[in-house]
Design a protein around this ligand. Sequence first.
Ligand code: NAP
Length: 484
Amino acid sequence: MKNTENKITDDKTVIQTCCYVAGNPVKGTGEMPVFHPYDNRQVGTVALASGKDVEAAIRSALSGGQVLSRYERYEILEKTRKLLEAQKEDFARLITAESGLAIREARYETNRAHDVLMFAAMEALKDDGQIFSCDISPNGKSRKIFTIREPLPLAVAITPFNHPLNQVVHKIAPAIAAGTPVILKPSEKTPLTAIKLTETLYEAGLPPHMLSVLLGPTDEVAEPLVKDHRVSIVSFTGSVAVGKKIAETVGYKKVVLELGGNSPLIVMEDAHMDTAVKLAAEGSFRNSGQRCTAVKRILVHEKIKDGFTERFVQKAGTYTCGDPSDENTVVGTVIDDTAAAYLEEVVGKAVAEGAEVLLGGNRRGALVEPTVIDKVPRNTRMVVQESFGPLAPILTFKDIDDAVALANATDFGLSSGVVTNNMEYALRFVKELRTGTVNINEVPGYRIESSPFGGIKDSGLGIKEGVIEAIKCFSFVKTFSMPW
Ligand code: NAP
């Protein structure tokens, strides 16, 4: 069955959709099929854009059109939120169909996107302008300096597959709140949700020049967009390899890089055991372990390791994996067979180096069982590089100095979680962990959608996202002064 409504109605639905240049459907020079990672059935086809469409999108955005008042930006974001709310289940089914994420995770993602839109709408109404009196020093004058925030002329947003809706809305909503036009290049693995969101924004009244969505060959679409001198900011979320490539080619423009992670959950000897076990399982297996802030290393004090491990294996066994559309499935697939095979390979390598699989370890196609691995060597590939899937490697440490050293012994620096009730420990971790976020008695990924979020080291340049910070990135501060 062909479907042009971007809606999965049954397991035979094949959505036919396309890119958009400033609201105009792109006929496309080629077509890209989209497959369900669970059973490899085709769920969609996207008509692709070409270099000519890139040029048209840039020109449309820059030639401008209606300049939106703060209230108009608020209204568009609010209306989009309401439309999303009304189509929540359609969005969730689409996310599951193209990503293989369990339907319960997909629904959770629509809730997060709802919050992003709500916070962005609220922020659109706020003015963070400042006033400085100049007569406050012997060298001062009788003047005042004021700041206003102005939109950037054009943003390019490039997003990954792992949150097909939320990663996209985390860039577009703040850009709209700032008044900045965006050209979106979503992941080719999950384009359908991004395109549906784009259509929803147009429906909510977004002037077409404010948003284009383009997919096509990397050397015709993504790379030229990154390099184009008319683009004022590239906001990228994705892998370290692509992020660093962009950093080398982006030229003289703003760049925001939100890259991979290798987050530790540190369990101290005084930890509340139920909390530790729950956070380790949620952090490792939610979203099939495909969160940049997922727990990638469980670091446990050697004194409590045996008790923790026994309870953790029991808990992990309750994370059923299988058909992502099944209401009872907790862990769906990873993005594709290649990603699953990589996970299988790093587990095998760790085992060859002395690790022991306590639970899981099997895969079928893109379905990887939640896997608990014990006695993991500190230098095995699984924990040195990012293993983007439901793997839970356990490592031990002997005291807090060792824990800090082990946690920091990675190229990544996105986030971290610590389970302790000891205030001295908590303060030391907050001060000494080299990560963008430290969450005490929470998973590394805990945040609200408007709080500052982002990593350091290979995980990012320390420029934060989150709705409020992203609005700052998509705009610039103009200063003016007047006699007073
Ligand atoms: P990816 O392979 O780096 O792809 C991300 C995006 O970059 C896709 O849209 C991709 O397009 C595009 N791209 C590929 N080559 C490019 C190039 N030469 N120039 C410009 N764009 C290019 O990442 P992924 O596998 O989709 O996502 C997983 C990664 O994202 C993980 O490492 C995860 O940790 C990270 N992530 C980080 C955060 C964070 O906030 N720090 C959040 C979520 C995910 P195509 O799909 O067309 O190749």
